[in-house]
Every structure is written in C-alpha cells, then in structure tokens.
Design a protein around this ligand. Structure first.
Ligand SMILES: [Mn+2]
Length: 346
C-alpha cells in the first residue's frame, strides 16, 4: 500500500499582498497532487489547512476543485481533516462542499453518519467517529483541536478515541518535533500524549519538514510533518545570505528548506520535493548607513529576478536608519518582491 501525505497548502493565501504569491501557493499544491497521482498512490492524505481561511474565495475554491479532480479522475480517494486555519463551527463547511462533489472524504468526529466504499462510522455520544478503510488499512483522523480540548485533566481525548489503527492523521504541534519552530513553546501535545499502536502518524501544522523515527519516540511508527507546500514564513527561506560585520563578501546557503510532501510505502516516508519560487532571507550587518547600503547593493547581485527577498538590516548606527532610505537600492533590480526589516539600534 502506498499513499501520499500532504499538509498545509494554505490555498487562497496572497502572501505579502502579492497576487503572484496566490498563484505560487496553488501551483505548489497542484504539483504535489500531480506527483502523487503519477506515483500511482492508493490514496492521498491532506492533513489540514488545505485553505488559508475557513471561507475561501470562489477563486480559491475553484482552484481547489480543479486540482482535486485530478485524483478523482484516477479514482484515487483523498482523505482530509480540517486545520486551525480552515476549520469552522458552522454547520456546513467548505470541506462538506468538496465532499459532496466527491472530491474529498473528511475523517474525524462528525454530526452525521458516513458510510461508503471507504468510510466507516461509529456512534460516540452525540457524534460519529468517521474513519477510512482502504484494503486492510485503517486510517483515522481528527481535525485541529486546542490543547485544552484534547487533554482534560486525566482524560486524553485522543487516546480514548484512537486505540489502534494503521494511520493517524492530526493537525497539531507535538512538542518533540516543535523544537526550532514557532510552536516550540506553544505545542498542543506532548509526545507521550499521542496514542500508541499506529504505524504512521500523518501530521500537519508545523510548516517545516520534520520526521521522528520509532527508535527516537518509542511509538510503533514514524511521526511525520511534510511541512507546508509553499514557503509561508521567512524561516522557511530557500536561500540564506549572511553579510556579517566582518565579512569581506556575503555568504550564501542554498536549498536550506526543501518544500514538498511524503510518499509513504510500507509506512516508510520518502520526501518528494515540489518546486517553489526562490525565497531569500538576507541579513546585512554594518555600523553606518553607507556600509549597509554598499552591502545591500552587493547582495542584490546574488538574488535572481523571480525571487522573493526579505532583507534584515543589523548593527549599531548613529541616529539609526529608516527603511525608506534603502528602498531605492533595489528599485531597478527586478526582484519579484522584496522588503526591508530593521534590527538596527540607534
Ligand atoms: Mn498551517
């Protein structure tokens, strides 16, 4: 059995208010789905945040429908959960609409019983737990919940709901994998709070690729975050340039954060890269405005025209600097989008 594990596509996001970034997000998700279909997977998992908001624009919805029709044409089922960005407490969600169109199947606790070729349901209090079965594989999932919803005193809702199965799909930050991410101190679950007895933990929420092997965690299967399909934050830059105070020339590191998704065979994830626009994170240090300007001009030569670049200015400059004093430097550079951020002290 082979499946694809995709997360955090954030369709509909127009990063930096740039229309071309909307298209980039759509393109990355399309490439992931096309590559999954081409690899002839048995099913596709979408581990939350398919959309950037719970009420996406008609355009984002249309793009999602067009892309999800690719696996449907090949009769490859798509199982999904809602993330913190696209969940809703309203009675009907965009996920219900996509499900009605036969494009996805939503796993988790639901108001109504669901049964079809793949879906099974079990009544739990006033809800139905809906899971999927493909061949002899049992796939469970639950949409994003806050920590206090999942861990209530001595009750661990996840462990009560999910005793055993093959795949468990969640949209949560697990502390063990949240190190060096924005969720380091804002995790939802401790490693020990994850249910045991699953062969693969298909997670979403942390936007950088992470993998914890059973030897590290003591769980039966790996915990995997594929990361977002596009670059959602400067921490996910593809290229990092540092021009320090004492450097005679800038230092460039390439392909620092590959983007993509996992193709999982026999519960072993294999990362598949998706092509994304180069995203530069640049740090320039200097002790005068003239030095900072000279270094920015030099760095500009390293950044390709189609790139996004976020440039941090650092150092101690008498009287400080205003960012407006730097914008003219890159005006004619052709860089698709750039912004300066100042950490200069006066
Ligand atoms: Mn997300």
């Amino acid at each position: 059995m082979k499946f694809a594990h995709i997360a955090d596509a954030h369709l509909g996001r127009e990063q930096f208010n740039q229309p071309f970034r909307y298209e980039d997000y759509v393109k990355a998700f399309r490439e992931a789905v096309e590559k999954a279909v081409k690899a002839r997977v048995d099913f596709i998992l979408i581990a939350g945040d398919l959309f950037h908001v719970s009420r996406p624009s008609p355009k984002a919805l249309r793009d999602a429908v067009e892309i999800l029709e690719i696996p449907r044409r090949k009769e490859i089922p798509v199982f999904a959960i809602e993330g913190n960005h696209d969940k809703t407490i309203r009675e009907a969600s965009v996920f219900d609409l996509l499900e009605h169109l036969g494009l996805i199947r939503t796993l988790g606790l639901r108001r109504e019983e669901k049964r079809d070729e793949f879906l099974r349901s079990k009544k739990i209090a006033d809800r139905y737990l809906v899971w999927a079965e493909v061949g002899d594989l049992k796939i469970y999932g639950l949409r994003h919940h806050t920590r206090w919803q999942l861990i209530r005193g001595n009750t661990n809702v996840l462990k009560a709901l999910f005793k055993r199965g093959d795949v468990l799909m969640l949209h949560q930050a697990v502390d063990y994998l949240a190190r060096d991410t924005p969720y380091q101190d804002a995790f939802d679950l401790k490693l020990s709070e994850l249910p045991d007895n699953f062969s693969y933990y298909a997670l979403g929420h942390i936007h950088v690729r992470k993998l914890a092997e059973p030897e590290q965690t003591g769980l039966k299967g790996p915990i995997a975050y594929p990361g977002s399909t596009e670059r959602t934050d400067v921490r996910e830059a593809s290229h990092v340039v540092v021009y320090g105070e004492r450097d005679r020339k800038p230092k460039l590191r390439e392909n620092t954060q590959p983007k993509g998704f996992y193709i999982v065979e026999d519960f072993r994830p294999e990362f598949v890269e998706v092509e994304t626009r180069p995203f530069y994170r640049v740090t320039v240090s200097g002790n005068s405005k003239a030095e900072l300007r000279r270094k920015v001009e030099e760095v500009a030569g390293l950044i390709p025209k189609d790139a996004v670049a976020i440039i941090y200015l650092e150092g101690t400059v008498k009287g400080g600097v205003s960012l407006a004093e730097f914008n003219d430097l890159l005006k004619g550079s052709g860089i698709a989008y750039y912004a300066f951020r100042s950490r200069v002290t006066g």
